[in-house]
Design a protein around this ligand. Structure first.
Ligand SMILES: Nc1ncnc2c1ncn2[C@@H]1O[C@H](COP(=O)(O)OP(=O)(O)OP(=O)(O)O)[C@@H](O)[C@H]1O
Ligand SMILES: [Mg+2]
Length: 228
């Protein structure tokens, strides 16, 4: 494989909690190509969220190597800059700010950039349109349905044109029909914005919507195969 095509390179990554008692990652190896859609499955506690947190530099590893978008995350001191430039997060619980409007919520990550307020508004509006929420831009998130909130969260994740979207059970809190809408949306945006998508899920049919399915057990990769 040509290494230049890799956007994530993880080798022997280890992370423990509670003074080493819990080995959340125990020699994790993972390579992801630019523009790939990879899903991650595995039992509760196997290290899936820990892995995403390492890729998104929300937390740091103890040992091993992790390079994301050309940045060595074990060495760089600019984790905040890396995160706001390269990564968009979508969580199970959308984490929207209740007293800000939908469009303000989408603009939040742009405050860390040099964008003007017009650029922020235009980009947020464009994305809200692409998730079919242009008529809700001034609404407060508390007035939206679960699926609509998750669409706002997806728009927010994409606003800075990240190279990678990290989605941790993005459909976990939704009924299956709404979940399907969200997934198709993620899939379309992954193609349209040419973004790399790494998604954790518990549901096999969701996992199989990716191009590649990685299963994790005890903080290590157990299997890694193209989806049928
Ligand atoms: N901040 C933390 N402090 C202590 N232990 C933690 C912390 N975060 C995770 N762990 C532990 O690390 C292990 C891996 O957790 P992780 O959240 O990565 O699992 P997961 O695969 O995402 O599980 P789930 O499917 O339930 O979300 C678990 O044993 C968990 O209890
Ligand atoms: Mg988890």
């Amino acid at each position: 494989m040509n290494n230049n095509n890799l956007i994530i390179k993880i080798n022997g990554l280890k992370k423990s909690y509670d003074n080493g008692k819990i080995k959340a990652l125990n020699g994790m190896d993972l390579e992801v190509k630019k523009g790939e859609f990879v899903s991650i499955m595995g039992p509760s506690g196997s290290g899936k969220s820990t892995l995403l947190n390492m890729i998104g530099a929300l937390d740091t590893a103890d040992e091993g190597s992790i390079e994301v978008a050309g940045i060595d995350l074990m060495k760089t001191k600019k984790l905040n800059k890396f995160r706001s430039k390269e990564i968009g997060f979508v969580f199970q619980m959308h984490n929207l700010i209740p007293n800000l409007s939908v469009i303000e919520n989408v603009q939040i990550p742009m405050f860390e950039t040099k964008a003007t307020s017009k650029e922020m508004h235009d980009r947020a509006f464009e994305l809200l349109k692409s998730v079919d929420l242009e008529d809700k831009v001034d609404q407060k998130p508390t007035k939206l349905s679960g699926g609509e909130r998750q669409r706002v969260a997806i728009a927010r994740a994409l606003v800075n044109r990240p190279s990678i979207i990290l989605a941790d059970e993005p459909t976990g809190a939704l009924d299956s029909k709404t979940g399907e809408v969200i997934l198709n949306l993620l899939k379309d945006l992954h193609l349209k914005e040419n973004v790399t998508l790494v998604m954790v899920t518990h549901e096999p049919y969701v996992g199989n919507m990716a191009q590649r399915l990685v299963t994790v057990l005890d903080g290590k990769v157990q299997s890694d195969n193209p989806t049928p």
